[in-house]
Design a binder for this molecule. Structure first.
Ligand SMILES: [Zn+2]
Length: 103
């Protein structure tokens, strides 16, 4: 039987990550004018990574809210606190926390 879910070539994964980071840059540029468009870019980047089963780099991961999938800009719709060895991101859109460890 043929495998339904095949592994994607590494090149494609790298391509997806590259595209995703470009999309995040676009989102950053467009955010001040059009938030919805920025959120859409985030959505496209996420789907790209899912499609190619690429791991979203942690640098990008912390730039969007994983609950409401909106683009986060520090000091605007996102608050960062340090708590017990973790970085806590509060999304002001949906009021959910995202925690990340730091060393
Ligand atoms: Zn959110």
């Amino acid at each position: 039987m043929k495998k339904r879910y095949s592994r994607k070539p590494r090149q494609l994964k790298e391509f997806a990550v590259e595209q995703a980071s470009q999309l995040f840059e676009k989102a950053e540029n467009v955010y001040s004018e059009n938030r919805e468009l920025a959120n859409e870019y985030v959505g496209i980047a996420r789907k790209l990574c899912m499609k190619y089963k690429a791991k979203m780099p942690s640098v990008l991961k912390r730039r969007y809210c994983k609950h409401c999938k909106c683009y986060l800009r520090v000091g605007d719709n996102c608050r960062i606190r340090l708590n017990k060895g973790k970085v806590v991101y509060l999304c002001l859109n949906c009021k959910h926390f995202t925690r990340m460890r730091y060393r």
